[in-house]
Design a protein around this ligand. Structure first.
Ligand SMILES: NC(=O)c1ccc[n+]([C@@H]2O[C@H](COP(=O)([O-])OP(=O)(O)OC[C@H]3O[C@@H](n4cnc5c(N)ncnc54)[C@H](O)[C@@H]3O)[C@@H](O)[C@H]2O)c1
Length: 320
């Protein structure tokens, strides 16, 4: 039998790209997704592949997980609620979807003796870091959003499962990942707003907005696939991002240019707390990527190139 893996959150933005690349590499993939934010359209290029099985199911259901994790060698665990803002109004969602969801996945792995998990974590676990670019060994980790704290809790649980039950893990702390199929995030928001009214653009925060690092989905998937070949740590933690940062106004300019709009009035909301777009939003984020570079990966695109490429891809996706 060949290599068989499970991908949770397979119909989402990052999950569906990962499925495409795993299938291209000759791997058999069992994908599970409850389609809460993902869609079958994201799986258009893989759904008919004979090496792909899709399970419409929920990682909070033991029965669904049991089906998805049968006879697999490794689990790519991506299913989560990735919306940082959601935690402000709904304090349960990240606890349920992210922390309990990850616990369920780990428990099923323990029962089925599956030894390897790749986990998509986030830069938000660092909170408002005082050291920038922020390395993986930065501490103390003081997240400022429930999303960030839920992912940090997941990382801690994964580490403990690895040491208690003889498992291995690859933990990826992503900067903002951008590209085709992305159903959330600043580029997606701007395109949707400009589709409704192309004379003005409401932007959360204070001009020129927060400064963050962006990474194109192609660089992000390449990083995941390289690390699992090179890493020999029990718990391998890697930042994934680019070498630079971009402010929100520059992203608005890129999106407007890509939509051929040159007279858009920017309307800044004022944000909260002297520059955050919303409560829980980090003002400046740039990750040190030296560790993953030493494993043989490097970003092919800067933040600006990643955003330009993603804007073009999302506009093409929406308007043809
Ligand atoms: N996009 C980013 O910039 C970014 C950055 C850091 C980390 N991440 C992480 O990467 C992962 C993928 O994010 P994404 O941007 O592709 O988001 P996404 O919303 O497109 O993908 C998440 C997928 O998980 C599915 N899902 C959610 N809850 C589920 C459940 N209970 N059972 C089964 N499926 C469920 C959704 O339907 C969706 O298809 C997430 O874990 C996210 O936290 C993303």
């Amino acid at each position: 039998m060949g290599f068989r893996v499970a991908v949770t959150g397979c119909a989402g933005f990052i999950g569906s790209h990962l499925v495409d690349d795993l299938l291209d590499g000759g791997v058999e993939v069992i994908g599970i997704d409850n389609l809460s934010s993902g869609s079958m359209a994201n799986l258009a290029s893989s759904k008919d592949d004979e090496d792909f099985t899709f399970i419409k199911g929920d990682i909070l259901s033991e029965e669904d997980l049991e089906e998805a994790l049968t006879d697999v060698d490794t689990v790519y665990h991506l299913a989560a609620n990735p919306d940082v803002r959601a935690g402000v109004t709904d304090t349960q969602t990240h606890l349920n979807q992210n922390i309990l969801g990850t616990f369920n996945v780990l428990e099923m792995m323990r029962k089925k003796k599956i030894k390897t998990i790749s986990f998509t974590s986030t830069s938000t676990i660092y909170g408002e870091a005082s050291k920038i670019p922020t390395p993986e060994n930065y501490g103390p980790l003081v997240p400022i959003s429930l999303y960030g704290s839920s992912k940090l809790a997941c990382e801690a649980m994964i580490s403990s499962y690895c040491y208690l039950f003889n498992m291995r893990s690859f933990v990826f702390r992503f900067a903002n990942v951008v590209g085709a199929r992305s159903g959330h995030g600043v580029i997606h928001d701007f395109i949707s707003k400009l589709e409704k009214d192309n004379s003005r653009l409401e932007i959360l925060g204070v001009s020129p907005g927060t400064l963050k690092s962006y990474c194109h989905i192609s660089d992000c998937i390449a990083a995941i696939l390289i690390v699992e070949k090179t890493c020999n740590e029990t718990v391998g933690i890697y930042n994934i991002g680019s070498r630079d940062v971009l402010d929100v106004k520059s992203i608005a300019d890129i999106v407007c240019r890509a939509m051929n709009l040159d007279k858009v009035k920017y309307v800044w909301t004022g944000g909260v707390d002297g520059g955050r777009g919303w409560p829980g939003d980090v003002k400046k984020m740039q990750l040190s990527i030296e560790k993953i570079i030493s494993e043989g990966w490097k970003p092919m695109m800067s933040s600006e190139q990643s955003v330009r490429m993603a804007a073009r891809e999302l506009i093409r996706e929406k308007f043809g």
